[in-house]
Design a protein around this ligand. Structure first.
Ligand code: MRU
Length: 316
């Protein structure tokens, strides 16, 4: 299974709106098609969005109106920092396709390193709670927070996972369960509101989440529901880790209040509600840095207050 793949003239994406019922692929041969696939969450998860947008930018640069294509890509989802980072990298490169390939390649390497560094923080048989999907589907391969789980499994630590359902798009229920089953890692699915009960029952050793954008002070935007998860972890004395590549760290954004939080259609929330029910659907929330034990990046496990250590790597 390849989440994002360049086929020579198009970007091939596994259609995440159809999983787990159907394993099908969408081929995007124009930048507008890529932008639409990102907006509609055919591809989702910050690093996967970044890689798709990188190839989308390659397509845009070969189109009659490159600026319109690039603007559509940049406007597709506002919170994922990797999207903007990838488009900027490709558009300023001498060889855009080679740059997009490098972004995809480096992403896999970064995830494997994040996995290794994160697994080193875990004890034997860790019971891990996580939210959304941060696995191979959310990246080019391997995953970030789920990459840590995967590395733990590979190292014989015998992890088990409590998977939060992740309303309203059910990335946990649909995608994380699908990936963990394939990997043979034990898990149980929980309604989002059951997280508190899980902590009270002593079922959680560690909480690990991904990130869509990490501000310079360590405040972290991730799937809505991450902030309450971090609060629960703090209340119960459980470490809360963020696992993300350096491409998700945005040193130009001083703190969480400056992160643009995407608001998605109300219809995603009103599935079970009477017709016409008014709804509000923020796709992300911001976890304050003080609730985060460490941020696991491919360049090391960092204190949220110490992200400026990444500046040389980020401005390279
Ligand atoms: O709306 P989504 O499914 O794109 O949200 C994804 C997340 O919130 C992930 O935790 C984040 O992008 C990191 S993915 C490795």
């Amino acid at each position: 299974m390849a989440t994002v793949e360049w086929t020579g003239s198009a970007v091939r994406l596994i259609d995440q709106t159809k999983l787990p019922d159907e394993e099908s692929y969408v081929s995007c041969g124009t930048s507008a098609m890529v932008a639409k696939a990102i907006r509609n969450m055919v591809v989702r998860g910050a690093p996967a969005i970044g890689a798709a947008a990188a190839y989308g930018a390659v397509l845009a640069l070969g189109e009659p109106d490159p600026e319109a294509g690039l603007a559509a890509l940049r406007g597709s989802r506002p919170t994922a920092r990797d999207l903007f980072w990838a488009v900027d990298r490709v558009t300023s490169a001498a060889d855009p396709l080679e740059e997009a390939n490098a972004i995809a390649r480096e992403s896999v390497d970064a995830c494997r390193r994040i996995g290794r560094l994160g697994a080193a923080l875990l004890k034997k048989r860790p019971r891990i709670i996580t939210i959304c999907n941060t696995g191979a589907l959310a990246t080019v391969d391997y995953g970030t927070a789920l990459g840590v789980v995967r590395a733990a499994q590979e190292q014989g630590l015998e992890p088990s996972v409590l998977v939060l359902e992740t309303r309203p798009r059910a990335q946990g229920a649909r995608l994380t369960t699908w990936e963990l089953a394939k990997l043979g890692i034990p898990f149980r699915l929980l309604a989002d509101g059951a997280a508190g009960r899980a902590f009270q029952q002593g079922l959680v050793d560690v909480a690990i989440a991904g990130a869509d954008r990490i501000a310079a002070n360590g405040d972290t935007a991730n799937k809505v529901g991450t902030y309450p998860l971090a609060l629960l972890a703090r209340e119960h004395g459980v470490p809360f880790y963020v696992a993300a590549p350096v491409s998700t760290v945005d040193l130009e954004t001083p703190d969480g209040s400056a992160i643009v939080i995407e608001e998605r259609p109300a219809a995603e929330v009103t599935t079970f509600a009477p017709a016409g029910t008014p709804a509000w659907n923020p796709a992300f929330d911001v976890t304050p840095a003080r609730l985060i034990a460490s941020i696991i990046t491919e360049l090391g496990v960092l204190q949220p207050s110490n992200l400026s250590a990444l500046r040389p790597a980020v401005t390279r």
